[in-house]
Design a protein around this ligand. Structure first.
Ligand SMILES: Nc1nc2c(ncn2[C@@H]2O[C@H](COP(=O)(O)OP(=O)(O)OP(=O)(O)O)[C@@H](O)[C@H]2O)c(=O)[nH]1
Ligand SMILES: [Mg+2]
Length: 229
């Protein structure tokens, strides 16, 4: 996360923060539809695959209960092409991202199975797990629709998010949430982006505290050494 100089308030509250995030997941799972819905651009029924990547930016304000402060973030949203042919170009966009919305389509089991690979490539190119993640089960307006019988139940989404949280929270200080969204019916659209922003803030403070604890213990070590001479 980068910031311009802010006010005299503590931490990063009151500063203008920029956060690069990426939207990842198989082609056709609904990344662009969610991004468009978030920006108030409406819903399109036809599928127009993203070529390479699309960019959008939106300001978001989140309240972080731990510090009892609100934070203004400019989300720099990179909506990446999911089709395999774009792999080489897509990889270039991961760098510098501090969060990801990781999509699968609840009516497409393969897209759920492929999530592991998506997250793995993101980690390989960018920070090995330091970045906040949200698991997004997209197209939830189609839940229990008999025309789409091969559905991924919410249980699997929650379970995967819980597993990732267990692995990452103690190291990097964020929770991986599972959210079901619909760009078509405007369900959890705003929430998905806000929750990611909140976990980015949470992770920032966790890492800041770790840095401070390290400094304090180094200072103590030096003081102890001087005293014992
Ligand atoms: N019913 C329903 N259909 C959706 C929803 N979101 C997306 N779709 C449809 O799914 C198709 C693919 O959506 P996109 O958002 O373009 O998928 P994408 O993940 O951006 O695909 P790539 O750009 O190829 O990676 C389109 O036909 C959309 O209309 C949703 O919430 N509900
Ligand atoms: Mg797209």
């Amino acid at each position: 996360m980068s910031s311009s100089r802010g006010t005299s308030r503590g931490g990063i509250a009151g500063q203008k923060l920029r956060a690069k995030i990426v939207l990842i997941g198989d082609g056709g799972v609904g990344k662009t539809a969610l991004r468009r819905a978030y920006l108030g651009e409406g819903f399109k029924t036809e599928y127009l695959m993203t070529i390479g990547a699309d960019f959008a930016s939106k300001d978001v304000t989140v309240y972080y209960p731990e510090t009892k402060e609100t934070y203004d973030l400019k989300l720099q949203i990179w909506d990446l092409a999911g089709q395999p042919r774009f792999k080489a170009v897509r990889d270039l966009y991961y760098r510098g991202a501090i969060g990801a919305l990781c999509f699968f389509d609840i009516t497409n089991q393969e897209s759920y199975m492929n999530l592991v690979e998506w997250i793995q490539s993101f980690w390989n190119l960018n920070g090995h797990g330091k970045q906040s993640l949200i698991i997004v089960g997209a197209k939830c307006d189609l839940r229990d629709n008999p025309a789409f019988p091969a559905q991924v139940s919410a249980h699997y989404g929650k379970e995967y998010a819980a597993e990732l949280t267990k692995m990452l929270k103690h190291k990097y200080g964020f929770t991986v949430h599972y959210l079901e969204t619909s760009a078509k019916d405007d369900i959890n659209v705003e929430e998905a982006f806000k929750l990611l922003a909140l976990e980015i803030i949470s992770s920032y403070y966790f890492q800041e505290k770790k840095r401070n604890d390290r400094k304090t213990s180094q200072k103590k070590m030096i003081t102890d050494q001087i005293r014992s001479k």
